[in-house]
Ligand binder design. Structure first.
Ligand code: HOZ
Length: 430
């Protein structure tokens, strides 16, 4: 594959942006080599600036449930753009999308649109603190909720990839009230809450973590979080930016039957445009301005294009889509398990529905400590082997890959066959 144009673009980008990118993991530092510059996408495929075609399993990190450029979404965005891209005033589409979200997520009795997942989690925590009058928050080790100061402690995703325990520029004071607890460890959570009785405003968790690789919750764990939060008067926040409309039509909360106090959404709900949503129990959301004293605002909040893209996406969803995603995921998982066994390597695939990670360790991966046992160098080798075979994956071990409704059995089988070849060509693993 020729990547000359990507190389030249990266040279220019490196003189402009930190690391040559506008979001750290895109820099390929975790896998080495020059980032591929993408030029266009259609369905399950993307093309780079040199015209090479890839079967896409990155899916822009999660938003593209229908693949790239689904015609209904593109048409809705074009129509909305022609009628004005932003008003800084309320529009009918906000009401329509808000109602569609609440129908799918009944726990979001009141909600608010923002422009990114980072804004959603940051604002949800502020509301939880304003509501409870408490300062402390609990997050999971390896959990990632965007880049707000108080959540950049033991964060997953790019911070984990770069090995950053926190972030420079975040003051000690900003994270002084952030308590970090290992995921899937009920006893540790009970102890953390007991040690901070009456002080913990909120517990924020990705119910299916996707930023330390894909890590399913142990049976009963989310139920335990619900019980503990009820007992301690702590607001339980589900960060469903990845799992919302991905783990099922009602996200992880419907899949596992847990009603959180607050929920954060992003990615799929914005149909590929920048959109975040936070919401929850009406009595909590009542503290948000102008109803209450917790301030939060945004010029582009409820942006007409994002509303149109989100609405077109949710209106396309059919109940049968999720069994289909499950079947595609199961087919891929079975094929990859087989490839791992044939290659005789220490690797495992973890999957929930249409999201998965191939970890280069024996597994199972249940928390950040076990996720970090995965061999990032071997993942890098696998990533490049797959890329050479025309498969585009997340360029870092501790991330999730995504299957879309544009993928068919053919695309899944292409992935499996490339994985067979790539794993078999990794003698270092035997
Ligand atoms: N932190 C995001 C994935 N978990 C990366 C987003 C991006 O780089 O585009």
């Amino acid at each position: 594959m020729n990547h000359e144009r990507s190389r030249r673009l990266f040279e220019r980008a490196s003189g402009l942006f930190p690391g040559g990118v506008n979001s750290p993991v895109r820099a390929f530092w975790a896998v080495g080599g020059t980032p591929v510059f993408l030029a266009r996408g259609e369905g399950a495929y993307v093309w780079d600036a040199d015209g090479n075609r890839y079967l896409d399993f990155l899916g822009s990190w999660g938003p593209l449930l229908f693949g790239h450029a689904p015609p209904a979404v593109v048409a809705a965005i074009a129509a909305a753009a022609a009628a004005g891209t932003t008003f800084g005033a309320s529009t009918e589409r906000e009401v329509e999308l808000g109602e569609a979200i609440r129908e799918a997520f009944p726990s979001m009795e009141r909600l608010r649109f923002v422009s990114s997942g980072t804004e959603a989690t940051m604002s949800a925590l502020r509301a939880a603190r304003g509501f409870s009058g408490r300062d402390k928050v609990i997050k999971m080790e390896g959990g990632y909720h965007g880049h707000a100061d108080m959540l950049l402690a033991a964060a997953g995703s790019g911070a984990a990839t770069l090995g950053l325990p926190g972030s420079a520029g975040v003051t000690k004071a900003a994270v002084a009230d952030t308590i970090v607890v290992p995921f899937n460890d009920e006893a540790a959570m009970r102890a953390a809450l007991a040690a901070n009785r009456g002080q913990v405003a909120a517990l924020i968790v990705e119910p299916i973590p996707g930023n330390m690789g894909l890590v399913p919750p142990k049976p009963g764990y989310l139920e335990a979080l619900r019980r503990l939060c009820d007992r301690e008067g702590t607001v339980l926040i589900f960060d469903e930016v990845i799992s919302g409309f991905r783990a099922g039509p009602g996200g992880a909360q419907a899949r596992y039957g847990i009603r959180p106090d607050m929920t954060c959404l992003g990615k799929i709900v914005g149909g590929g445009l920048p959109l975040g949503v936070y919401g929850g129990r009406a009595e909590i959301m009542k503290v948000v301005a102008p109803d209450g004293p917790v301030y939060q605002a945004g010029t582009l909040s409820g942006n007409p294009l994002a509303m149109a893209a989100g609405l077109a996406t949710l209106r396309q969803l059919r109940p049968e889509d999720y069994p289909r995603l499950e079947a595609l995921g199961a087919r891929l998982e079975a094929g990859v398990r087989n490839a791992i066994a044939e290659a005789g390597i220490a690797a495992c695939i973890q999957r929930v529905g249409s999201a998965f990670t191939l970890f280069f360790c024996k597994g199972p991966v249940t928390d950040f400590a076990s996720a970090k046992l995965a061999d990032a160098k071997l993942y890098a080798e696998f990533f490049h082997g797959m890329l050479r075979r025309g498969i585009y994956l997340p360029p870092a071990q501790l991330e999730a890959a995504f299957i879309s409704l544009a993928h068919r059995d053919t695309e899944i089988d292409a992935f499996v066959s490339a994985a067979h070849e790539t794993l078999a060509a990794m003698p270092v693993l035997r």
